[in-house]
Structures are given as structure tokens and as C-alpha cells.
Design a protein around this ligand. Structure first.
Ligand SMILES: C[S@@+](CC[C@H](N)C(=O)[O-])C[C@H]1O[C@@H](n2cnc3c(N)ncnc32)[C@H](O)[C@@H]1O
Length: 182
């Protein structure tokens, strides 16, 4: 379902990012397998919280920030202004992505998507990965039932679990981080 945030929500998120961005998002970005030349998709980029730390790791690569919300995507453009290795994509329905990626990641996105839409979304994201590519997610641990659905859909789409960890994130609490290989 399409959702546009209030401008006040975007403002509060920006303030929180200013103070806690490094401790909340950078660890996840640091664990992505990046050498500098990859093509990477940030699915549900929001205002670019993780993308901000990923962009600087891709001097020869490209990052695509994709979101269903135009307001979040506009906020993301502001966060990442100055970078030339980033494109922004508004994505209203789970349609095929006409590009291939070395890494696709979702940070606090999948648990918000309905089960029926998740089926399409995960199939499209798995399809967009190159063979040997990595799919990573970080989701709140309290969303246990949704996480089970997410994990089984990922495996149904042919991705194999490579690493799994629980992290304790300032402000967000415990989260599950899983990394898969196609
Ligand atoms: C909780 S925010 C997380 C944003 C960012 N990844 C972060 O961790 O700060 C969820 C984001 O996912 C986006 N989103 C939700 N459903 C989506 C969908 N079906 N396709 C693309 N983006 C979606 C929302 O618009 C929002 O920007």
C-alpha cells in the first residue's frame, strides 16, 4: 500500500540521523561485501540513512536508491546530494527491475510489506541479483512471524543463507541481519 510520510516525520528522522546515524546504520553498511566497483540496490532507501554510508564505499560502482514514496525519495536526494554514483528510482508496484546487481539490501523495510506483496517483491529482488550476488536484510527481531515468512520466501527464490546475526542497535533495539548468496 502506498504511504507518504508527514514532513514532520521526515524532519524528525533527519534529526535522529544527524545524532545517531553512525551508530544505527554504519555497522550494517560496513558488513556489506563491497570492494568499490559493485552495482548495489538499496530497496526502501527512505531518506538514505544506509545509502549515505554505502555511497562512499563505491568509488567505481553504482548505487540505486529505490522507494515507493516520492517524499522519502526526495529526502534521499537531499541526503546524498554531491554524489555522482547514485541514481534514484520511484517504484510503485513490484515490477521487474531491468538491471542486475551484485548486492541488494533492505534495511527495516520488508516487515512493513504485506505477505501477498512480499511474495512479488522478493521474487523481483532475487531475479535482479547476479549469480553469486548477495541479498542482505536487517529487520526488527520483534517481528518474528513476519521474519519467518521473509526467510522462507527468500529460500524459495533460490538464495542460500551465508551469515546470520542478531545486533543490538541504539534506538531500534534487537534486529536480525541475514546475508544470502544467489
Ligand atoms: C522504515 S523505512 C526504512 C528506510 C531506510 N531503509 C532506513 O532504514 O532508514 C521503510 C521504507 O521502505 C519504503 N517502502 C515500504 N514499502 C515499500 C515497497 N513496497 N517498495 C519500495 N519501498 C517501500 C517506505 O517508503 C520507507 O521509505
Amino acid at each position: 500500500m502506498k504511504y507518504e510520510p508527514a514532513f514532520f516525520e521526515i524532519f524528525l528522522t533527519r534529526i535522529a540521523f544527524l545524532f545517531f546515524g553512525r551508530s544505527v546504520y554504519q555497522g550494517f553498511a560496513d558488513r556489506l561485501p563491497l570492494d568499490g566497483g559493485e552495482r548495489v540496490l538499496d530497496f526502501g532507501s527512505g531518506m538514505g540513512t544506509v545509502a549515505y554510508y554505502v555511497a562512499e564505499k563505491l568509488p567505481r560502482g553504482r548505487l540505486i536508491c529505490l522507494d515507493i514514496s516520492e517524499r522519502w525519495l526526495n529526502a534521499c536526494r537531499k541526503t546524498l546530494r554531491g554524489y555522482e554514483n547514485i541514481s534514484f528510482r520511484h517504484w510503485e508496484t513490484p515490477e521487474l527491475i531491468d538491471e542486475c546487481f551484485d548486492v541488494v539490501y533492505c534495511h527495516y523495510v520488508l516487515h512493513d510489506i504485506s505477505e501477498s506483496e512480499l511474495k512479488k517483491v522478493i521474487a523481483v529482488l532475487a531475479e535482479a541479483l547476479k549469480p553469486g550476488g548477495v541479498f542482505a536484510f536487517r529487520e526488527p527481531l520483534y517481528e518474528g512471524d513476519k521474519i519467518k515468512v521473509i526467510k522462507s520466501l527468500i529460500e524459495e527464490n533460490g538464495l542460500g543463507l551465508k551469515e546470520s546475526r542478531i545486533t543490538d542497535i541504539p534506538l531500534l533495539g534487537n534486529a536480525l541481519e541475514n546475508f544470502y548468496i544467489k
